[in-house]
Write a protein that binds this ligand. Structure first.
Ligand code: GLC
Length: 766
């Protein structure tokens, strides 16, 4: 399509190649990150994912070869041939990734007659697509590729031989492997081969397509309906380095407020403040730890955003203040659809300012959501984002501690917004086709900015729709799952792949949103939720209520056990988030991330790692009381019994309903807090260390858990070192937060020792 190369030039760190029928550009961002670009639609990148200057100004060389141009960085060699075919090699000259030279071979088309039969029987027959996309890149398969990432897609961890689409979609049917798209568009994947690994980020916001070797085993491809050919080839020595590089480009999840890592209770169905108060009181009565309660759409007056339903929820803010006295933090939902109603301030302000999306004829575009007829803020316009950010003040003043952005695909009840609905892309008009996949991303960004401005603490935002880079502003949940065992099973690969895609702070609706949970399913789900970064029980109106105490004593005790475990492990989870801000690595990780040479890890869907030290092997099948556990190389200890296990082994672990098998790597020092009902109940001046034999070290991080002071050094950092000879040292590496731990409790093989701490190095004989 590009034809032969005529000339090239190198200017300001960009290599521009002039082909017979177009321009191609290669830009080394860093030694390991190379942008491949062609202005197939517009001159600039206009990225929504990448903010700030990411070009590191590295040195690279350009050499003319007989049939190609060679661009070399310290880590990579990029060979660009005629027709803008691009191949990547590492510095040892090993081929990492080559463009496919043949034509795509489409599958057999079905005749119209048979398509009619299929439709007549009610089959949902997908479009017969045998076309090349407006923008398309086809890469050669070498044969042993595994693919990971791609955001929140359904199915298993390894995406080889599957195809997906990026088009943020709210489909309330039970999500199955047949779904091509869900709520998020994260056009980034990692390719793992026996001897190499790399990532590709296709930064195109239009409806896009990813075929990971499904159409043919010879190639995989990505393409889009419109936009630029704009992708980043991301190299690195291993998977963690690829994630680090991808999140260098698109940003990392910032350290959250500590309380947000506690337990959350939600339900679409708390219809009055009395209902909410009763739920909160019951948690405290039963001594089940909890920090956060979510208010779904019923707290609003007729589902009008930034209003309060006084009839059912009383005086605005009173509920929130009362709950706060008992340690609860309240998160409120805010949807993008603004009710069309003259006299309603938000509607009037938006109309006066021209803040809503328009039809091509210039009328305000109207569709329907919860409030009935509704209009859609044009979040691509920075003025609208500022307005939206300012609206958060209303919630902050009521005492709200976090905002839940829902329905921001955007969802609409009278069919999807037509592609030609007019939106703004910063400084120029654009359409829905371009902005659809970034609508939720930009809404979350505006919400984040508003909370930062008016609350000042680290903003807590939860969103349903995302694009690459949303992790800088928001946490996310996997939308409307159902109380199905399949959805519990899917939660593991889905959350792990989101983590690999930069979305570190994620969770599922624990217990399932739609359909009716059983006591057993809720019990097993809380055993997974306990280790997922966002731990929220949420369910839908019309489904069985799923607060922990509604299913009898056994279920109650299991919920309590794992919620308490979550609170014990809060310092570990917080440390993982501290690490995440530096590296982009999510707390919840697939085994393959740290054991990429391990064949068994490639397709491990039933286990995951929490950080690199803990392995969780939950039971996710009804009626199962045993789990087949696989441990990768090394020595591991059973968290519950202390039993030593050699890795690179499968074995059967007994797992009655109240047991989620957990393993801790030898040489681990696991920080714990003492029991609490909520964050802020008492000073966190004691740290418990669970010590596992072996050689190891651990960096622990401590701050006030709330504000941005840590960015200017207001934190403490401790180093714990354990040696195989049985000595443990505790040392202070950085002191910037005035509340040092006063006491360390050391637990080792059933023995407990206590030590006062004054800041001086401690050496302990276990
Ligand atoms: C959507 C959300 C769900 C919420 C409901 C009502 O379905 O995904 O979490 O409870 O809307 O607001």
């Amino acid at each position: 399509m590009f034809g032969n190369r005529k000339a090239y030039e190198v200017k300001e760190g960009v290599v521009t190649l002039f082909f017979e029928k177009g321009i191609g550009q290669i830009t080394p961002y860093t030694d390991e990150i190379i942008n491949v670009f062609s202005p197939t639609m517009c001159e600039e990148h206009r990225s929504k994912a990448i903010e700030g200057e990411k070009k590191a100004g590295i040195h690279f060389s350009v050499t003319e070869r007989i049939d190609h141009l060679e661009i070399t960085t310290a880590a990579l060699k990029v060979c660009v041939y005629d027709d803008f075919k691009v191949d990547f090699y590492d510095k040892e000259d090993r081929l990492l990734c080559a463009d496919y030279r043949g034509d795509r071979k489409f599958g057999m088309a079905i005749s119209e007659k048979f398509l009619e039969f299929l439709r007549a029987e009610g089959h949902d027959v997908p479009e017969q697509s045998d076309e090349n996309y407006a923008v398309q890149v086809v890469k050669k398969m070498e044969g042993d590729e595994c693919f990971y990432g791609l955001g929140d897609k359904t199915g298993f961890l390894n995406k080889r031989h599957y195809d997906y689409e990026m088009w943020n979609s709210d489909n309330p049917q039970a999500h199955t492997d047949a779904f091509k798209a869900l709520y998020k568009s994260i056009p980034f994947f990692i390719t793992l081969r026996r001897d190499c690994v790399y990532g590709i980020f296709f930064d195109n916001t239009y409806h896009s397509y990813f075929d990971m070797g499904k159409e043919k085993d010879d190639y995989f491809f990505f393409g889009a309906n419109a936009g630029n050919l704009d992708y980043y080839f991301i190299a690195g020595v291993n998977m963690p380095q690829i994630v680090k590089n991808y999140t260098y480009l698109t940003g990392r999840t910032p350290l959250p407020q500590l309380f947000t890592l506690g337990y959350h209770q939600s339900r679409w169905g708390y219809e009055t403040s009395a209902d909410v108060r009763a739920v909160a009181a019951k948690y405290r009565d039963l001594d089940i730890p909890i920090d956060t309660i979510h208010l779904d759409i019923d707290y609003m007056d007729q589902y009008k955003v930034f209003t309060w339903n006084e009839q059912d929820f009383g005086e605005p803010g009173a509920l929130i203040k009362d709950l706060a006295r008992d340690g609860f933090k309240v998160v409120t939902i805010i949807d993008p659809g603004v009710k069309l109603e003259e006299g309603y301030a938000k509607y009037d302000e938006g109309i006066a300012g021209g803040y809503f999306a328009k039809t091509p004829e210039g009328e305000t575009y109207v569709n329907a959501v919860w409030p009935g007829d509704a209009v859609f803020p044009d979040f691509g316009n920075p003025v609208v984002r500022n307005w939206w950010a300012d609206n958060q003040k209303y919630l902050v003043d009521l005492g709200v501690r976090g905002v839940w952005n829902d329905m921001n695909e955007p969802a609409s009840f009278r069919g999807e917004l037509p592609e030609d609905v007019v939106f703004t892309d910063e400084d120029q008009p654009t359409n829905h086709a371009a902005m659809h996949n970034v609508y939720g991303h930009l809404m979350a960004k505006a919400t984040y900015e508003g909370l930062k401005k008016y609350d000042g603490r680290r903003p807590f935002v939860i969103t349903r729709a995302c694009y690459s880079g949303s992790q800088k502003y928001t946490t996310a949940w996997t939308g409307d799952n159902q109380s199905l065992w399949e959805h519990l099973q899917m939660a593991i690969p889905q959350l792990c792949n989101m983590g690999l895609s930069g979305l570190a702070y994620v969770g599922t609706d624990v217990g399932g949103f739609g359909a009716d949970v059983t006591p057993e399913l809720l019990s097993r789900w809380v055993e997974v939720g306990c280790f997922s970064p966002l731990f929220r029980n949420h369910s839908s109106k019309g489904s069985t209520r799923q607060e922990p105490w509604l299913f009898g004593e056994e279920t109650l005790q299991i919920n309590k056990k794992y919620i308490e475990l979550r609170y014990k492990l809060l310092p570990y989870m917080y440390d993982l988030f501290w690490e995440c801000e530096k590296t982009g690595l999510a707390p919840m990780r697939p085994l393959i991330l740290h054991y990429e040479k391990d064949e068994e890890a490639k397709n491990e869907n039933g286990e995951f790692l929490l950080g690199s030290k803990m392995l969780v092997a939950p039971v996710v099948e009804q009626g199962q009381t045993h789990k087949m556990v696989y441990l990768p190389e090394g020595v591991w200890y059973d968290y519950w019994t202390g039993e030593k296990k050699e890795g690179k082994n499968f074995f059967i672990r007994e797992a009655p309903l109240d047991v989620c098998p957990i393993y801790v790597k030898a040489g681990t020092i696991l920080p714990n807090y003492e029991p609490m009902h909520y964050v802020g109940e008492h000073e966190l001046d004691t740290l418990i260390l669970d010590v596992y034999d072996g050689n190891g070290s651990y960096i622990h991080y401590q701050d006030n858990g709330e504000d941005f002071g840590y960015q200017s050094g207001e934190y403490n950092q401790y180093e714990f070192v354990i040696l195989a000879d049985g000595t443990l040292t505790i040392d202070l590496l950085h002191q910037g937060y005035d509340k040092l731990y006063k006491k360390f409790i050391i637990r080792h093989k059933g023995h407990t020792q206590e030590f006062a701490f004054t800041g001086k190095k401690l050496t302990i004989w276990l």
